[in-house]
Design a protein around this ligand. Sequence first.
Ligand code: IYR
Length: 228
Amino acid sequence: MEATKNIDGHPYTHYTKEQLNDNDMQDHARDFYQWYDQRRSIREFSDKPVPKDVIENILLAASTAPSGAHKQPWTFCVIADPAIKKQIREAAEEEEKKSYGGRMSDTWLKDLEPLGTDWQKPFLEIAPYLIIVFKRSYEFDADGSKHQNYYVQESVGLACGFLLSAIHKAGLGALTHTPSPMNFLTKLLNRPENEKPFLLIPVGHVAADCYVPDIKRKPLEDISVWFE
Ligand code: IYR
């Protein structure tokens, strides 16, 4: 067995994966679900510092997500600077004030009531890190022409899922925050025109006195249809 191979003029590397017996597989799948089920979106963060290399590894884990034609169409901006966090909070609250004050429909506001959200976003200054995920719709080729990326929404969504998993694994909490519209982040962080903000994710330790809504996840029969 060769470790590497050339197929149709392209390099390939041999890939193996540990096979589990059915018992171990059942244990792993159940344990993973039960561990995942403990993840919650939080809005109450501790300001306790988090080592920088933890965030670096969380980003590396996110970047292992599959992406259309392996274009990896994401950029993660990491904000620890209190002055920038303050600017982000102020700009986000300005948008949210307008959203909660009339831009969101009554049905939407009613749907949010059990989550207890409002226009105020103190966690944007309290959480030690803000990760702002940008999607890259296209790239600039060396000659300056544009090269479209593929399935950008799906790819970046997957990377964000991986990111949230890595945050959970590190014992930290996060919120998938979507101040709307988010284009103030492009300006504030001086991002190039091919990047658009996708999600704003505060990351940090869960506050000692944190409460989350007592909401339930849908049971398997409501989320799956089986054709056997
Ligand atoms: N972006 C607002 C409103 C909001 C919208 C949804 I959908 C949520 O699940 C939660 C909040 C905010 O972040 O408050």
